[in-house]
Design a binder for this molecule. Sequence first.
Ligand SMILES: Nc1ncnc2c1ncn2[C@@H]1O[C@H](COP(=O)(O)OP(=O)(O)OP(=O)(O)O)[C@@H](O)[C@H]1O
Ligand SMILES: [Mg+2]
Length: 279
Amino acid sequence: MGLSMQDLFQRRIFFVSHVTVENLKIVYQTQQEESFLVAVEDINLSFEKGEFVTIVGPSGCGKSSLLLAIDGLIQPAEGRILVNGKGVTGPGPDRAMVFQEFALLPWRSVLRNVRFGMELQRWKDEDLDERSRKYIRLVGLEGFENYHPHQLSGGMRQRVGIARALAVNPEILLMDEPFGALDANTREEMGEELLKIWNQEKKTALFVTHSIDEAVFLADSVVIMSKGPGRVKEVLKIDLPRPRKTDLRDTERFTEYRRYIRALFRKEDTNPAGEEKNA
Ligand SMILES: Nc1ncnc2c1ncn2[C@@H]1O[C@H](COP(=O)(O)OP(=O)(O)OP(=O)(O)O)[C@@H](O)[C@H]1O
Ligand SMILES: [Mg+2]
């Protein structure tokens, strides 16, 4: 059976990887001079455009370091990171990070916090207030444009962080435990909403979490890391239907994935902190 050019083109688009991590090694200098700590090594990963990837592993295994390297904020000691086949040498407008600690400017309103990312990137030819409002609506914060961070709940602040990251229109959204400070219910709701937004905005998402439950719920693939120094233990494809609603968590297949990942951790006695709560 012959394939048309269009078939080939589509297949190629599908298989070309969006983010590639090759033989990555990250080394930090420690307090004592001439002493080094290998945070991660031999990391090889490849993610497709539009894929939702979650990363789990014990505290200190190098999850944040991996994200920082992909963002271009730290330089690898060895190996390289490619985005659309091009080597990453520093931060760029194609990537945006959402941090756990919200990283909002306390003296700026919600609207002006969302604007801030675009201001940093010196956006010009667009109405930044209008664009900020659009993303504030998207994350469900319409009506709170003029509030300041201290007047918002943790979940609302996190939404502002997500709106700010989305407003700069990155191809890749990097999220480092964005829901870590939220209570279990809010966290589940935020997870569902994040999936809705991700589906609309078609971003590649890399999401670090300590919750195996959250990792399975969100992901197309879960990267499971081990410690000392951090390596990739397994990349597990999550074959669950979308759109995903919270009752998916009660299904046998979901439980099976969760059990499998937990067993991987237990083998090494590297149960990720906080997982008990979510089990
Ligand atoms: N700036 C730094 N200088 C020196 N060592 C660092 C630095 N940042 C991280 N490390 C070390 O690198 C290792 C990996 O840290 P990293 O923050 O990437 O882990 P993590 O998996 O994100 O942990 P957690 O789950 O606790 O957030 C740890 O041993 C940590 O002490
Ligand atoms: Mg971390």
